[in-house]
Design a protein around this ligand. Structure first.
Ligand SMILES: [Fe+2]
Length: 146
């Protein structure tokens, strides 16, 4: 049985791989459209499931309220860049510029979570809850529970 940190790291890794793959595509191609659809779905599903099964329990504790608000606000920044990409033609040079700024923002967010937020969270969430949250997170992401 894995814990919520393993489950979140697994999703983060998927996001990194999809962004790398997307930045190697060019023009209005099938691969660019498909990878982008996958990335967008992955980012949106993940943000909702992570807020519900990670940030909401943390926002209830005094020591982790500020970092939870910060993490959630970064999800909104990511949503805004996704909306910009949605409004841009796949073959426009601006598409790649927006995609690079999305990658920059997402990588910053994932690193902050993995390097800082997970450590703080580890101190306030009990072992049993870590597993319970992982199961709920994975269920919401549509994955089988390990
Ligand atoms: Fe996040």
């Amino acid at each position: 049985m894995n814990n919520i940190f393993d489950a979140l790291r697994e999703s983060h890794e998927k996001q990194r791989l999809l962004m790398d793959a997307l930045l190697k595509t060019s023009g209005d191609s099938k691969s660019r459209r498909e990878f982008y659809a996958q990335l967008k779905q992955e980012l949106q599903l993940h943000a909702e499931a992570e807020e519900r099964n990670f940030y909401i329990p943390l926002i209830k504790k005094d020591s982790t309220i500020d970092m939870s608000r910060h993490g959630i606000s970064e999800h909104h920044s990511i949503d805004k860049i996704l909306a910009q990409i949605d409004e841009t033609d796949f073959d426009s040079p601006a598409w790649l510029t927006h995609m690079k700024s999305l990658q920059h923002q997402v990588l910053h967010h994932l690193e902050e979570e993995e390097q800082h937020i997970f450590q703080m969270a580890g101190k306030v969430i009990g072992d049993e809850q870590k597993q319970d949250l992982a199961a709920k997170y994975q269920q919401e992401m549509g994955e089988s529970v390990h």
